[in-house]
Design a protein around this ligand. Structure first.
Ligand SMILES: [Zn+2]
Length: 99
C-alpha cells in the first residue's frame, strides 16, 4: 500500500511510500508514479510509487509499467476532483490548528 497514514505527535499525516525501497517520499520532485500499461483492467490500473533513484530498479522488475513525475499526479488528481486549492488549504489549516 503506497499511501499510508502515520502519526507524528498528535497529528495523523498522509505519506506516499516508495514501492521499491519502502521509504517515504518526502519531496514531490523526488517521486514518480507508475501503472501497468499493458492492459486496462476494469476500474483502472493500480498506482505505485518510487523515489527517482529507485525508478530504474522498479522498471526492471516491472517492465510493463508506464511512469510519470509525482508532482504531475497531484495536479491531475486536483483537476479530476475539481479541488478548490484555497478552500482546501484553509480547511486543512483549520483542522491542524484544533488538533
Ligand atoms: Zn525508494
Amino acid at each position: 500500500m503506497p499511501l499510508r497514514i502515520v502519526k507524528e505527535g498528535q497529528i495523523y499525516k498522509p505519506v506516499i511510500v516508495c514501492d521499491q525501497c519502502g521509504g517515504a517520499i518526502t519531496d514531490a520532485r523526488d517521486g514518480n508514479y507508475h501503472w501497468r500499461s499493458d492492459d486496462a483492467p476494469v476500474g483502472g490500473a493500480e498506482v505505485r510509487f518510487t523515489h527517482k533513484n529507485c525508478c530504474d530498479a522498479f522498471d526492471q522488475l516491472n517492465p510493463d509499467c508506464g511512469a510519470e513525475e509525482l508532482d504531475c499526479l497531484l495536479v491531475y488528481l486536483a483537476n479530476n476532483l475539481k479541488l478548490d486549492w484555497e478552500a482546501a488549504k484553509s480547511r486543512a489549516a483549520l483542522l491542524n490548528s484544533i488538533e
